[in-house]
Ligand binder design. Structure first.
Ligand code: MG
Ligand code: ZN
Length: 382
């Protein structure tokens, strides 16, 4: 019996040996086309609601007849909003995690925990000949947009961060903070320097219709909506919805058809949280939700665009109170600062399925790279 068993094993071994090359050949033939079929995204639009946790999403949705465009996303995941220096992250470390794939310290812009600059996904997109853009309702040098384009150990070094816009070939940006470009301590005029590089730079000092008209002929375009912070929407800021879709169309309208990376930030949901003002949060959320809806409408038509919506962290420990009704939305705050609550991630389009599950905030960077079909980066870079 034992001899028979050994004989069978020997026969199988020989059979394997003789048929092995053919088997491998067949597997290659079968596997290669299947691998090629994995859809990659031509464009990625990352939308960040600063300080937008589940409380903000819940209250904002209840206040919108119980409907949000976030319901249109087929894939939902959760990220852990922590920094290397603190359990609870700030916007700088969080945006650096998304932009560069590293956990870093609070206040860090595009540098790792040892203060070494790390190439961002926006910068890498440019080296790969994609078009790139940033739109925010804060200044354009504020922590969230800055982390995609600048490298600085201090998020408040706004004038230095503005200089980093000249070190890139970003194609489109819109936000506040004109004074950090042209009313500077060093008396440089970065607006003039960018214009010399071929940019059309428009500001709030010009009529918005003229701004839009001159943008049409621009190769690269920047809009600075205010000297310092843009106003809350309720006090008159009105460029966000328009500039978000203008950015999408500007980046997509390209004779070379290169594809693009665009980050759009609703910055002031966070400021409503810090101020413990529920109406401020809800109003900013509603505007962000309209932007999300328009971006989704466009991306659904396009079919080659991955859309991701998430937040950097929650702000205010904001929750819907147990006595709230749909008509009387009573809410609570537990803090004037950020909290460590887990944060939802919504994804739709090519590569979206990778965003299901629970993961670290920096994994969003690696998932976006994978969606673009770029080669994986070694884990040691984290
Ligand atoms: Mg922000
Ligand atoms: Zn904040």
């Amino acid at each position: 019996m034992r001899n028979l068993l050994i004989l069978v094993i020997i026969l199988q071994f020989c059979a394997c040996k003789t048929t092995q090359p053919e088997t491998i050949y067949i597997e290659k033939e079968v596997l290669a086309p299947r691998e090629l079929k994995k859809p990659t995204a031509k464009n990625i639009i990352l939308l960040i609601g600063d300080g937008m946790g589940m409380g903000q999403i819940s209250a904002g949705t209840y206040a919108s007849n119980n409907k949000t465009n976030l319901e249109r996303f087929p894939v939902i995941g959760i990220h852990k909003p922590t920094a290397s220096s603190h359990l609870v992250t700030d916007s700088a470390a969080a945006a650096t995690a998304f932009a560069c794939g590293v956990k870093t310290f609070n206040k860090a812009i595009g540098v790792d925990k040892d203060s070494i600059p790390v190439t961002s996904i926006l910068e890498e997109a440019e080296t790969k000949n994609l078009r790139t853009g940033l739109v925010a309702t804060s200044t354009i040098v504020h922590a969230t947009p800055a982390s995609f384009i600048a490298h600085n150990v201090n998020r408040r070094a706004y004038e230095e961060i503005a200089e980093d816009f000249l070190a890139t070939e970003i194609d489109f940006f819109a936000g506040g903070g004109k004074q950090f470009f042209d009313l500077r301590e060093d008396e440089r005029n970065l607006i003039k320097e960018m214009e010399a590089k071929g940019y059309v730079i428009e500001t709030f000092l010009n009529d918005y219709a003229d701004v839009k008209m001159r943008m049409e002929n621009a190769e690269k375009f920047g809009y600075l909506s205010s000297n310092k912070d843009p106003l809350p929407r309720s006090q008159g800021r009105d460029y966000f919805e328009d500039m978000s879709m203008t950015a999408v169309n500007f980046l997509n309208n390209d004779v070379e058809d290169r594809g693009f990376f665009l980050m759009i930030e609703s910055s002031q949901i966070d400021w409503g949280g810090h101020a413990n003002e529920s109406d401020y949060i809800i109003d900013e959320f509603k505007e962000f939700d309209r932007v999300i809806g328009k971006v989704l409408d466009w991306a659904e038509q396009d079919g080659e665009t991955l859309v991701i919506v998430t937040a950097d962290h929650e702000t205010g420990g904001y929750a819907v109170h147990h006595e709230a009704t749909i008509d009387n939305l009573i809410t609570n705050f537990t803090s004037k600062k950020h909290t460590g609550d887990f944060i939802p991630v919504f994804a739709k389009g090519p590569g979206a399925e990778d965003f299901a599950g629970i993961y670290e905030n920096y994994d969003i960077y690696y998932k976006m790279r994978a969606a673009f079909g770029w080669p994986a980066k070694p884990a040691s870079n984290r």
